[in-house]
Ligand binder design. Structure first.
Ligand code: C5P
Length: 408
């Protein structure tokens, strides 16, 4: 797993900096090429010579080197993975804010490689809301956080904040490297956001979906090597490497998805599609003095059910079920009715779950009653769990990805 991988090891100024030497030694022993980068703070705790001796090349500390004028882009672009161990509160804040003040923070911005951050600090600092907010921001961007452990800290204190053990850090690196490219060459189509159905020229029937869960899935799939097309009504920043098809109504969403479906290996329908729309939207603005309008509604097409009927062999179809009661029974019935391979059910009446929140808690239901509960977590972590299951389903499928034929 680690053999031949290029790993940048960032070391910041905490007492745990000495443990970075052991992390480096283990990575090198496993065949990785380790390029160490130390911050000015780290140099107060360990000597360059120690880390250079146990890495694959000499430590770099500066952006200003005449022999090597742009070290940050060279390191950032060539890395298979970047790990920061230990990461101080300052590093977390700078990275979350996108500040590039030294070599390490520049490298972190100049890369598309996965990043593993291992915080270590005193308990008060670790539990400070500013630090926790920065950790949440980094996590939501797909940064892998190896949580500190409880134990003895510098100065004789005991509590949460001790750097994870070198074994755990190396295991986290291996886990990230093993999932990183597991969707390479897979075309994933994701729908996101709530549809808007016009009543007249200025008014719409909308819903509370923000699109955040769909965007998190698109970002995670792209980070894992997929070719991603996002069919969306939401106006959120488009994740790196994702192609956007902007739509507004259920009809437009259906048209885009019908066109994309034959070329899709995985379709994830995270959008909240209106179930009803006005039959005849007014061309202009309905005037107040014309009295209370009678808005006649008609059902919208069930996009997912249609995709289920036309599903190709080997294609994986994932639906969402936002429920306020009977979560499992409703999810299982939709799974069957719409011919899905997986349904992601959430109880949107629970605190912190579903529409507009940055967090979600879901139950993943597969045919045959296979149920997997994912506890409240940021939407990127939920996206990881959904895609892990998709990868598993594809692995188990008898005709993955190639030689398609209509199943129905
Ligand atoms: O049956 P229900 O609408 O609750 O199912 C939810 C799932 O179906 C979601 O994945 C949603 O995107 C999809 N859906 C759809 N077209 C509709 C309504 C829902 O594709 N008209």
């Amino acid at each position: 797993m680690l053999a031949g991988k290029r790993i940048v090891l960032g070391v910041t100024g905490g007492i745990a900096a000495y443990k970075a030497v052991e992390v480096s030694r283990r990575l090198v022993d496993a065949g990785a090429h380790v390029s160490p980068v130390m911050t000015a703070g780290a140099e107060h705790f360990i000597g360059r010579t120690t880390l250079s001796a146990l890495a694959s090349e000499p430590v770099q500390t500066s952006l200003w080197d005449e022999a090597n004028p742009i070290p940050h882009t060279v390191l950032g672009q060539s890395a298979d993975l970047i790990v920061v161990a230990p990461a101080t509160a300052r590093l977390l804040a700078a990275y979350a804010a996108g500040l590039s003040t030294d070599l390490l923070t520049n490298v972190l911005l100049a890369t598309r490689a996965p990043v593993v951050v291992c915080p270590a600090m005193h308990t008060e600092m670790w539990e400070h809301p500013a630090v926790q907010a920065n950790v949440a921001t980094l996590r939501s961007r797909g940064v892998h956080i190896v949580e500190p452990e409880e134990g003895r800290l510098a100065g004789g204190d005991v509590g949460a904040g001790r750097l994870a053990s070198p074994e755990r850090i190396v295991a986290a690196i291996e886990a990230v490297l093993s999932t990183t490219r597991d969707l390479a060459n897979v075309h994933v189509v994701v729908s996101a956001g709530g549809t808007r159905e016009p009543i007249d020229a200025v008014r719409v029937i909308a819903n509370r979906s923000s699109g955040k869960q769909g965007y998190a899935i698109a970002a995670e799939a792209a980070a894992r090597g997929a070719k991603v097309t996002l069919v969306s009504t939401a106006e959120l920043p488009v994740p790196a490497g994702v192609a956007l098809r902007a739509v507004e109504t259920a009809a437009q969403m259906q048209a885009a998805l019908t066109e994309l479906a034959p070329g899709a290996d995985v379709i994830i329908m995270a959008a909240a599609v209106a179930d009803f729309r006005p039959v005849a939207p007014a061309a202009g603005k309905i005037k107040k003095d014309q009295g209370v309008p009678q808005i006649v509604l008609e059902p919208t097409p069930d996009i997912l059910a249609a995709l289920g009927k036309a599903k190709l062999a080997g294609q994986v179809l994932v639906g969402f079920a936002a429920e306020t009661s009977d979560l499992l029974a409703n999810a299982e019935s939709k799974l069957r009715r719409k011919h899905l391979d997986l349904i992601v059910a959430n109880d949107v009446s629970a605190p912190g779950v579903g529409f507009q929140h940055d967090t979600n808690a879901v139950t993943l239901v597969q045919p045959g009653g296979v149920v997997h509960v994912v506890a409240l977590a940021d939407k990127r972590s939920i996206a990881k769990a959904v895609l892990d299951t998709v990868v598993q389903i594809r692995g188990a499928s008898p005709t993955p990805n190639s030689k398609r034929s209509l199943t129905k």
